[in-house]
Design a binder for this molecule. Structure first.
Ligand SMILES: [Zn+2]
Length: 187
């Protein structure tokens, strides 16, 4: 009897990567500039993770398309900067992820107008490119929800994008990142 020895050359094994499609349902008019910036910021936030995020507008997809991993995000309200009158009370969530019987579903909703109002306050008079900053803020709000949805976790971290609450100022700051503990929550 002969034993066959099979020698396989081991090439560099590519790092494990998970393709995650974010299906975006845009309810009303939106700024293209905000959406472009949102895509950029989302890939920046998830760069240190194994997630490869592709944002697709739901209206651009075919009904028979299939995805390996997908989460749905509905952008509610107007996703472009307008001039908002200051409100007395700015509280309330920027976004929420749905659960059924305590189980986290891959479905979130983002309140665009609420995000826009909060960052307008933080920008002050000289906001510069306001729609670009809105895109950055929306990406961070979405990143937060994506950690909930993909990490299947209801609790939060103490710092960074997965804090329990984010301020308008944090949403438009130069940097707001995932913490190592957030990355550990992800596949
Ligand atoms: Zn949260």
């Amino acid at each position: 009897m002969r034993t066959l020895l099979l020698l396989v050359g081991i090439a560099t094994i590519p790092a494990f990567a998970l393709d995650l499609t974010v299906l975006l349902d845009v309810e009303q008019k939106h700024s293209q500039r905000a959406l472009a910036e949102m895509r950029k910021e989302l890939s920046k936030v998830f760069k240190p993770t194994n997630l490869n995020i592709a944002v697709r507008l739901r209206q651009d997809t075919r009904p028979d398309e299939t995805y390996n991993d997908v989460v749905m995000v509905k952008l509610k309200g107007t996703c472009r900067m307008q001039n908002y009158a200051p409100l007395m009370d700015e509280r309330g969530p920027f976004a929420w992820t749905h659960t059924v019987d305590g189980k986290i579903l891959p479905f979130s909703e983002v309140a665009c107008d609420h995000v826009a109002r909060s960052i307008q306050e933080a920008m002050g008079e000289n906001g510069g490119d306001r729609d670009r900053l809105l895109g950055r803020a929306l990406a961070r709000v979405m990143a937060h929800e994506i950690v909930h949805m993909v990490g299947k976790c209801a609790d939060h971290s103490h710092a960074g994008v997965f804090r329990h609450a984010l301020s308008g100022r944090q949403l438009i700051a130069d940097r707001l990142e995932l913490q190592p503990e957030d990355i550990a929550r992800l596949p």
